[in-house]
Write a protein that binds this ligand. Sequence first.
Ligand code: PEP
Ligand code: MN
Length: 342
Amino acid sequence: MKGGSMIIVLKPNVTPEQKDHIIQKIIIGGLAPHIMQGVERVVIAVIGDDRKLPKESLASLPGVEEVIRILSPYKLVSREFQKEDTVVDVNGIKIGDKKIVVMAGPCSVETREGTLSIAQEVQVAGAVILRGGAFKPRTSPYSFQGLGEEGLEYLSEARAKTGLIVITEMMDPRDMPLMLKYTDIIQIGARNMQNFRLLSEVGKCRKPVMLKRGLSATIQEFLLSAEYIFAAGNHQVILCERGIRTFETATRNTLDLSAVCVIKQLSHLPVIVDPSHAVGKAEFVPALARAAVAVGADGVMIEVHSNPAEAYCDGEQALLPVQFKELMVSLRKIATAVGREM
Ligand code: PEP
Ligand code: MN
């Protein structure tokens, strides 16, 4: 993007007329204003080639306190644009607040009974969000691809019975009506992190979106993908570090815990860590989940299955409900130690 972008911080006592005038000025200049209503004041992001509208001509308008240039390639998701942490509120569950949020459940939704029983167990252990894929992005076309709408129905029933909120993956823009009907949070999987049409599509809806980091995506690419969702109008975005592909083969992927601190500095968005897909082996999941909370993640996503050996997918990395319960006890201690709640 040539020329970069700017944020215009309005004075706390700006009048509606002054605000309209500023917005008109931006539009006449051929640029797009993004208005963010903060707690204390309004800021307007001006995205596009700002050579069309010099910084000085905006800074002198009545009602403008300050004009700041955003240097990073991503704009709306950057810390430069918004200093305070974004808290995504999903039916009262706050993601990115002081409280650590735990999402848990099977890799894929398999049976009605299995889904209900896992939901019950993870809820009792302290999870607040139920995960489970109904559309599965499998490496092989011959692997189980998910139950589709039937799976979404089981998740809904589990939600009604337990009060857990539901997160499930969306792979295809054509499934938006199903997502709107059944899920509380839309998950965009690692393999679709750069499916830009899909990102724009979820950007147009008003459901919270959890975007997982691509298998080989840099942090900058990850944040630019989140920017697509923001730019399309949806500001309820949660990021998820789920391991990246490296030369190491001892684990499924390499969990990039440093990404959590780096992203926290660069962006205001909440960050969840998924140690299950990162390490790929159940025995290492608890230690990495604890490390994630210690390093500043806002929550973790954990795969749990009652009978991992028989799981349709990702059984090697699934915790048994009893192991999940133990993990929750130790996670609470870590959360307290780092000044968080759980
Ligand atoms: C998942 O969480 O179900 C999943 C497929 O993970 P990822 O997209 O990170 O591989
Ligand atoms: Mn999985």
